[in-house]
Design a binder for this molecule. Sequence first.
Ligand code: M6R
Length: 612
Amino acid sequence: MCGIIGFAGREQAAPILLDGLARMEYRGYDSAGIAVRSEAKGLQVKKAKGRLQVLSDLTHGGADLEGTLGIGHTRWATHGEPNDINAHPHVSENGRIALVHNGIIENYLEIKEQLQRHGVKFTSDTDSEVVAQLLEFHYNECHNMLEAVGRVLRRIQGSYAFGIICSDYPNALIAARKDSPLILGYGENGNYIASDVTAIIKHTRDVVYMEDGEIAVVTAENIDVFDSEMNPLEKKHSQVDWDVSAAEKGGYAHFMFKEIMEQPEAVRKTLSPRVRDGRVVLDDVKLTAEYVKNISRIFIIACGSSYHVGMVSKYSWERLLRRPVQVDLASEFRYSDPLVDENTLVIVISQSGETLDTMAAMREAKSRGARTLAVVNVVGSSIAREADDVLYTWAGPEIAVATTKAYTTQLVLMDLIGLYLADLLGTVEKSEYDAILAEMQVLPEKMRRLLEHFEDVQYFASRYFNHNSIFFIGRNLDYAMGLEGSLKLKEISYIHSEAYASGELKHGTISLIEPGTLVVALGTYAALFDKAMSNVVEVKARGAEVLAVTTETFKEKMEKTADSTIVVPDTHPILQPSLGVVPLQLFAYYVALQRGCDIDKPRNLAKSVTVE
Ligand code: M6R
């Protein structure tokens, strides 16, 4: 989704802004722009629809814009179509104030009408321009930029992260946030603001996370942070502990492929510090045994792939915990008048930790007394900071829009949490507990071996990439895994694809199976393998082409019936999806590659969905 960067320093700002924007390209955008202030030329703004390269060419890599203070933005259109005019920065009518904005201003129409009555002329269709114009309006009244920002913030409703510069203030940029992430970075050659740490990691690891309602004044020498009443604040600094190379392709053709290949290491990092002396140790959570015993119900809330992790966990947790586990889409949960209370444990899962629906659902649950535990990848993100407890997946930065290593690390972390809770509840036999933990220890190695055979999947992709509609079928954990396999395929290859619980086929979907239809049949869940086989026979009888995924144990049986078979190593049933999903990720990747798709930045999608 939209990206913000700002710089106040002792170097030319434009190249820094362009580089920062390039590092946020993965978030998804449709236009970009920068504004730089110089003594000689005042505010200079350049914006362009399309790829960042267009903007870079337009400014000769930033060389055309002189000045050491500036802001930049990549826009993912919400209000107004993607074009040069609607791109940010937006400039106030007299040309003195430039602003970049992430989020949505809900009462912008009302403010716009008011300003129009005062004769203000608007050029764009955006809610963000309204804020730039409102700022000018208040600045003209009080002649103090910080005061004007304060007045604006009291007037607007909605979510925002702002970066603001004004031609009357040669050295300072102003930042403010509410419900949209914003980070302050302390560098050698100046200071930064960014919506995403990847934008500034090249320059600094010393950051401060802004909280809702806070305002910052950033100069080359200093950053002053204030609360909404303009009282100065002392902020805690954090050190970002991953380095630049983690957010670079490192010789791989695509981030997605690199991230698929990084999974064994990411899973190891997520698991190993939490397994000590044959026990699951979750030092970071404050859940007491007494609280856990009183849990009557568990909700898992998330969106997209994180929701699919929840679907897998429902099957494994109900088996381990003998408690009802309900998985809800965050966007549905938040408006469903949910039945949660102080005996409900709400798990929220989010790679970015910034997904607006997930955040809102978590707040809704908290307001009803539920305890919240967040499973998050991005350290210091909004969800991580607001949850009662947070457990991080140590996947490192994930750049490709299609999640892979964040998904598998979420899976294994959820397995660990499930095991931990089951142990507290006494609902898991020691032998099963030990068996799961033992298998977890060797999971990264099994994943590594599996990935060595990536070319097998590449072969199947080259055989099937021309299909226009693909079905994923499976039962129990295989069904939940199929949801993710199907999403992976459709989001990056644009092939229509659906996942079904195999038992549901006969209740409608089977009518779509005709000679040549590709069905990806998932048969890794040992307890229901025979049923899975029956479904393979059923679709074969209607002419389907079957690409199966199964385990070493069932390889022979499956190969007799399926047209093509991908084999994954055996492991404990609850861990099987962590291995089974890997060839599905690779399949999606290679199919998209064959079809010439923009793999890391699929159309219309954003990495972090910070609007509703
Ligand atoms: O950052 P989150 O995990 O909250 O994001 C939720 C979804 O937007 C995300 O999982 C999305 O479905 C993936 N990019 C799909 O690959």
